[in-house]
Design a protein around this ligand. Structure first.
Ligand code: B12
Ligand code: SF4
Length: 448
């Protein structure tokens, strides 16, 4: 049994970058770098039952910008050594590329079974009702994917595995077998096997430093309920935390990585858990630089913990301020106030931790709103700051709320760098103003 796993390329659409003035341009993201942890988990899930190969098309285009387009690249690979199964991981903005990949696979090898998984497959299964998709594995699919590959290898039916959607008579229908219980951060956690990324390791770098960086998740899901966010709906509101021992075991395998970025929605939720992790990092003598997501109100409440994290190697924290206005925070269901923001910023600053604050820019903003956001961001300047467009991600509450104002349904643009809804200002002007905000940050910084 041969299984090929493909990480789709980044969407090329970035209107903020296209419109940002020169002084802001260098700060607008062009490429985010990190491993596809979900797909690397799938590789581990099936590697005892199949010969697994892997293509990271993000890494491939970073390494060889002139490589053939995704469909041609995958077609050539499939013709050379036809796999029995091709799995692709999906987020919204990479959906069009993922589907191109599946179509290329089917054109080159009609008998290859195409399997879609990941966040967008979980939240929007209806989008995958396409002849190029044979099977959809929603949710944390390691056990289901393994059972599926075993069933296919033994000539069995996907129906023996419950909880999947399978193409039948021109449509996707649910499978009938028993649903396998899964505890993806606990009993069923599998350490993502980063060795599959070795061919592209040199591309896993940030900020001009040649040493590679990686991501590691200590939890899945989120305890908060922000209306614009897909992370909590992806797991139905569940928050699943790994145990400290398993995180330490994984950290110990990451010696070749210069920076470990925690991939959690929010790394500090359970303070005693974090203290236990820090105890173990200390006793094990693990020395790395860390980047994590953390709320400002958590920092304001636990300055002693922030100090400990800094001593353990925490260098950068990513945090959502979202908006300086209480009315907007209420609309986004984001529980944060100016006092917590100010106190949290000071705690990080006192501990020498660089902050990346994220703001969301409402397409309904007019000149006064941009001025107010710019003033607030300047008065609360952080080392890095991101100003992304409020985007109704499919599968979120905000999507329902903004449905009538959506004017662009091309999912390739659903990456927070493009506006897909009506704007109050002329669109070009909106992009220029949002792009301009990216220059509002404090000084020049590098992670060392
Ligand atoms: C790591 C990460 C990345 C990495 C790697 C992504 C990749 N595939 O290459 C990098 C850094 C490259 C990345 C980039 C982007 N990302 Co990102 N990323 C994440 C992050 C932090 C963690 C995801 C993760 O690893 N989770 C842990 C794994 C284990 O979970 P998982 O991927 O869901 O996989 C499980 C299941 O889904 C399933 N599964 C997954 N794939 C497959 C495949 C098959 C075949 C099967 C059977 C099952 C299966 O099983 C897995 C195991 O349980 C999330 C936020 C979060 N905290 O969740 C955002 C997130 C996924 N990213 C997001 C976005 C928008 C982006 C960007 C487009 C833009 C941006 N602003 O971040 C960029 C890409 C564009 C660019 N210009 O660079 C959004 C997606 C929203 C949406 N609805 O589409 C998220 C949710 C962040 C957010 N704030 O909303 N990202
Ligand atoms: S925006 Fe952040 S805090 Fe809010 S639900 Fe999403 S991951 Fe959680």
């Amino acid at each position: 049994m041969k299984v090929l796993l493909v990480n789709p390329p980044r969407s090329p659409h970035n209107a903020l970058r296209d419109h940002a003035p020169p002084e802001a341009l260098r700060y607008v993201h062009t490429r985010l770098v990190g491993p596809p942890l979900g797909l690397l988990t799938m590789a581990v899930a099936v590697r005892d039952d199949a010969e697994v190969s892997f293509i990271d098309l993000k890494g491939e285009y970073d390494l060889h910008p002139d490589a053939p387009i995704p469909a041609d690249f995958v077609r050539a690979r499939v013709l050379e050594d036809p796999p029995d199964v091709v799995g692709v991981t999906f987020i919204a903005s990479e959906f069009p590329y993922g589907m191109e990949i599946f179509r290329a696979v089917k054109a080159a090898s009609p008998s290859t079974v195409t399997v879609a998984g990941g966040l967008h497959a979980t939240l929007c299964p209806g989008d995958f009702d396409d002849p190029a998709v044979d099977i959809l594995v929603p949710g944390d699919g390691a056990a289901a994917f393994r059972a599926l590959v075993r069933a296919l290898a033994s000539g069995g039916s996907p129906d023996s595995v419950g909880g999947l959607l399978v193409r039948d008579g021109g449509r996707l229908r649910p499978t009938t077998g028993p649903i396998l219980p899964v505890d993806p951060a606990g009993r069923d956690f599998l350490v993502p096997d980063r060795s599959y990324l070795r061919p592209w390791l040199s591309t896993y770098t940030v900020g001009g430093d040649p040493r590679p960086v990686t991501y590691l998740f200590t939890s899945l899901g989120c305890t908060s309920r922000c209306s614009f966010c897909s992370i909590w709906p992806q797991r139905g509101g569940a928050y699943l935390q790994r145990d400290v021992d398993s995180v330490i075991d994984e950290l110990r395998t990451l010696g070749e990585y210069h920076v470990v970025r925690f991939a959690d929605a929010n790394t500090v939720v359970d303070v005693p858990w974090t203290n236990r992790l820090l105890d173990r990092i200390q006793t094990e003598g693990i020395h790395q630089s860390y980047v994590m997501d953390m709320r400002l109100d958590t920092a304001a409440r636990h300055p002693e913990l922030v100090a400990r994290l800094a001593r353990a190697g925490l260098k950068v924290v990513i945090t959502g301020i979202e908006s300086p206005r209480a009315s907007e925070l209420k609309r986004y269901n984001k529980a944060l106030d100016t006092r917590a923001i100010t106190e949290g910023l000071k705690v990080f600053q006192d501990n020498g931790i660089l902050l990346r604050a994220n703001y969301v820019v409402d397409p309904d903003y007019g000149p006064d709103d941009f001025a107010a956001l710019g003033d607030f961001a300047a008065a609360h300047a952080t080392a890095y700051a991101g100003y992304t467009v409020l985007t109704p991600m499919p599968g979120t509450g905000l999507y329902q709320e903004m449905r009538d104002s959506i004017i662009d349904f091309d999912l390739a643009k659903y990456n927070f760098f493009n506006c897909v809804t009506k704007t109050r200002m002329p669109l070009e002007k909106f992009y220029e103003e949002t792009g301009r905000l990216w220059a509002i940050r404090a000084g020049e910084h590098v992670i060392s």
